[in-house]
Ligand binder design. Sequence first.
Ligand SMILES: [Zn+2]
Length: 320
Amino acid sequence: MAGRDLETLCLGVDLGGTNLRCALVAEDGVIVERHSLATDIGSGREAFLDRLVAHLLELKHGAQKRGRQVSAAGLGVPGLFSNDGVLRSSVNLVALEGVNLAQEVARRVGVPTIALNDANASAVGEQRYGAGRPFASSLMVTLGTGVGAGLILDGRLWTGIDGVAAEFGHVTVEPEGRRCGCGNRGCLEQYASASAIAALAAEANVAPLSGRLDAAAVAARARQGCPKALGVYRRAGSYLGIALASVVNLLNLEAVVLGGGVAESFGLLAEALHREIRERAFPIPAERVRVLKGVLGDDAGILGAAATAYAVAAARPAPR
Ligand SMILES: [Zn+2]
């Protein structure tokens, strides 16, 4: 048993709209080797798949050179998967819609492969190797370009009957609020994502920093004491808290883990966020829930994808 642990590695892939990260990961979460490159989905579906497969094969050969075997691969992908593994919709990777990525990779790389939503992968990563480790039930919220989430209940990822659960970013926080790409209006994502923070700051005439007004620049302005920038973050924290208060009442979770670029500014969100939870949720679950910053940063997705791959490998006969 111990021998098998030493001999096998898994591939973890974090496939983003901009960056493609692939890594060879040991079962304890140590990244043995990694490749980071541009996703470049503009080159087309076939060219992209060829490149992905080439990098995975190179990592697989790297494992063999180390005398190790790759037992499975996990792919974290921004989009909705149906239970048959087909990518049903992906705003950032439209060219891959309708493709069964796991099947393609399994066939061409020669290892069992599983694909899952990227926010779910990050949730598994933090649960297995990061801030979520001490907790059996947690919600991981990724505040990036959009707002993604993954729900861990009793140690297991909850994906819902159709595989599309935990779309926390599209919880309504403002009934007549801003239009969202999903078709609804007033979604949390329209107030607490990095792109929303940049848009709201521009509308509030927050002064750009070195010509930029992205979420990080707005955070820097807030730390300088700019009241408008502070207001944008306070509002984001407040909407996040409103949405979380409902989750806390519904699920009585042990923890909420915040990841993604905006979570770097946790201090600017925290006060309003905690106030809303305290004021809106019942005291018992509100006092129980811990709201923490993730600790794995950009590696949460790769590590969670790899952890999911290890689970797939464990469910199958051990490799020769
Ligand atoms: Zn929405």
